[in-house]
Each structure stands twice: as C-alpha cells, then as structure tokens.
Design a binder for this molecule. Structure first.
Ligand SMILES: [Zn+2]
Length: 294
C-alpha cells in the first residue's frame, strides 16, 4: 500500500518526508500505457508532488508540479492535495529514449533540460502561489533541489526513484525530501551529509525494505528520527460531469452553438484519468442557455 510519512529529526532541525507510491504509478501506467521512461519520469514527479502537498497547511489545499524540458515526453504534470490524492500525466506517454545502461532509464534525456520546473500552490486564496526555476538536468530530483534552494531559500536533499519490471509493470516507486532548518548543529549536519553521500541506490532501498518508515530509519540512522504523521496516498482523479459542464460553458455561447449545429453532440475526455463524458444535443442546448446568461 502506498503511504507517506512526515518525520522530524536532529532535535527538530531536520524535517523529512518519505513516500512509497508504487501502486498509484502502476494505476497511472495502466491508464496511460506508459513507456518505462515515461513511468520513471511520472513516478518521480508524483512522489515529489505527494510529499510537497504535505508541506501545505490544510485539507483541500493543492499543489501542481509542471516540468517541461523540451524532451520527447513533452510536459510532465502532477497534482496532489493535502489529503493524499495524487494524479499525473505526460504529453507523450509512449515516448522512449535510449537507456543509460541496461538497468538505467534516461529520464534526463526524456524530459530534456531546456526548460523549467513550475510549482503552483493553491491555498484556496484568490491567486495561487507560483514559483519557477530553470531545469538543472531533467532528472527531477536535482531540479527540485535547485528549485527549493533558489525559489524557496530552503536547503534540501531530494531523492526519487522508480524501478520498472521487464513487462513494464512497476516494481517500485518512492522517494524522500529532507530539509534542514537554520539552527541545525554542525555535528548533525555533517552526519546527515555523510549518510546521504553513502546511501545505497534509493531504488534498492525501496525494493528491499519496501516500507517508507524502514527506508527512513536507514537514511536517517543516528539522527533520532521521529515519525510525526503517517498518511495513505492514492491515485485519485477529481474530474466530474459538473466540471466538464463548466468547461463547455466557458467555451462561450458562439462556440457551443456551432458544436450543436455541426456535431450535435460532444465528448470531453479527462486528460488525467481518460474518462469520457458524453453530452447530447439537449444537454448542450441547456449549457448554451447558461453560457448566454454569462
Ligand atoms: Zn479524471
């Protein structure tokens, strides 16, 4: 089962998040028929988005991460909320790149590095917070580390890892974000740095240990970590017929009239879960009347 933990360590001067998100990635892979490298890119981004959603304050708040580096995958887009719901997509889910080695997918080449990472925080206010930073190498973890440091002035270590089976199903997906606060002692900072430097590959940790809490105890060994919260994270798409109606109304009366005349029906597909919503002529006419009233 996918889950996320929030951790405090080093006398409260280290805050960390660890997530296992294999199931939500497998579900997304089935929906979008993801290629292995698309699954790796999306799994890493979903893990990061799920953890960053836990840095928000309240239920209902949302975070969106958009990565566009000009590579063959196009844009990678993930949305997660504070309650643990996560969804994601890539423009070209079947895109492939040559592997770095037989075992290592080339996510950096698939995403590209000619572009930026955008973080949108919707806190339920009128305008969302938007932060952007140029991509470092398109591998996502390094790009996020740079984003945290330069856009949020927050020194962080980001680890993200996806492993895909030969039949393209997801073996494991998971990650961590570790952030240090200004009053961390020299000794603890050095211990954390050496832990991170000597870490076995994260995919191996998640493959053998599976549970994010066990992975966390390996990574933060000696730093007195305490789990302060544990949460289930799941793939969930919040699309609905009402939202699709709103989208149709927002096309405007003129456009709706021409759809009614030319096609007599409309099908709108959700980009995240690919559910198709059908609207017949009568329903479109009703929406057209609403559009006229706006
Ligand atoms: Zn949907």
């Amino acid at each position: 089962m996918d889950k996320m933990i929030r951790v405090s360590a080093g006398n409260g001067q280290i805050r960390a998040f660890f997530v296992r998100n294999s199931d939500m990635l497998e579900r997304t892979r089935e929906i979008h028929q993801l290629s292995p490298v698309a699954a790796a890119a999306l799994g890493r981004t979903m893990a990061a988005t799920a953890m960053m959603a836990q840095m928000l304050k309240a239920s209902g708040q949302k975070i969106t991460i958009r990565i566009n580096g000009g590579g063959p995958l196009g844009t990678v887009l993930c949305v997660a909320d504070y309650d643990g719901n996560v969804k994601g997509l890539v423009d070209y889910p079947q895109a492939e790149t040559e592997n770095i080695s037989p075992e290592k997918l080339n996510v950096g080449a698939a995403i590209g590095k000619d572009g930026e990472i955008t973080v949108i925080k919707d806190l339920g206010m009128k305008t969302p917070y938007i932060g952007t930073y140029p991509l470092t190498n398109g591998e996502i973890a390094e790009d996020l580390t740079a984003y945290f440091l330069h856009s949020e002035q927050q020194p962080s270590s980001v680890g993200l890892s996806v492993k895909v089976n030969v039949d393209y199903s997801i073996l494991t997906s998971g990650g961590f974000i570790i952030q240090v606060l200004p009053d961390i002692s020299e000794k603890e900072l050095r211990l954390l740095e050496s832990r991170l430097l000597n870490l076995p590959p994260l995919s191996e940790l998640y493959e053998t240990l599976r549970d994010p809490e066990t992975v966390m105890h390996t990574v933060l060994d000696g730093l007195n970590p305490i789990v302060s919260e544990e949460k289930k994270v799941v793939f969930h798409c919040d699309c609905s017929r009402e939202r699709m109606e709103e989208a149709l109304i927002s096309l405007g009366a003129k456009e709706l009239s021409s759809i009614i005349e030319e096609d007599g029906h409309a099908e709108i597909k959700c980009h995240f879960c690919l559910e198709a919503y059908q609207f017949n002529k009568m329903e479109l006419r009703k929406l057209n009347i609403e559009a006229l009233g706006e």
